[in-house]
Design a protein around this ligand. Sequence first.
Ligand code: DHB
Length: 312
Amino acid sequence: MVSTQTTIGDFHFDNCLMNAAGVFCMTKDELAAIEQSAAGSFVTKTGTLTKREGNPKPRYADTALGSINSMGLPNFGYQYYLDYVIDLQKQDGSKPHFLSVVGMSPEETHHILKAVQASDYQGLVELNLSCPNVPGKPQIAYDFETTQNILQEVFTYYQKPLGLKLPPYFDMVHFDQAAQIFNQFPLTFVNCINSIGNGLVIEDEQAVIKPKNGFGGIGGDYVKPTALANVHAFYQRLKPSIRIVGTGGVKSGRDAFEHILCGASMVQLGTVLHQEGPEVFTRITAELKAIMKIKGYENLADFRGKLRYIND
Ligand code: DHB
């Protein structure tokens, strides 16, 4: 009776859990493993216009409370991922997918999105406005003027379902300003949050990753309260046609439940997927269903966005 199925735009997913971009999604083999797991979908590694090697290693480290990474956008180029999702789309029973992309400049981003628009791809695209790890390149979504200009231009030619991967915001005024921009456009979803950018983890007397003198994006337990707040802030502010994908600090069914309570329609696993592998989708789905059963909820709509506040 209990179901974790969900929808984003016109797309139906048998399960609300999937990978977060950057984890288990660099190669076709990794993506195939997510496709064959209990996940409801996958998102690809963010594809750029041309292939990138990324930053020097070590560039990812697990910690007791999560992870730190400064990968630097290593990827095979957007065409590799676009070809793969088009291939899968032709197969019977294929799940709907998310293709993650961004250019190294607005011009490159438009080049990529025009190519996706012209292609046979019929799935979702996640435009990544929140990569914190490329030296000399600030996160696009922290610059509201650039964000507005990119979206203005994109929607002059792009007509397929599009969403945004957002960084965490930390101020109520920034939630308001960002939502005011996103509500002007026919976005299908926003995904909150990318890693908390530019943290520093030290072991003994040394940074644990090499790039940027050890600075990197933080994921895992550290980020769950920030992720929940961002999911809920945008759930409250965005028009209902813009669905929320919740990402950050999910390692149990309870964590996924909290993201959905805050308004998430889909929930992504990052650090925990890196640590446990694709079998984690089976475990967390079972844990989420067990909580729903105890509470008498049959589907996500029964509790999505229904976070309770303490009122006098
Ligand atoms: C990388 C990290 C991110 O958080 C992101 O959104 C895109 C790329 C990276 O370092 O590869």
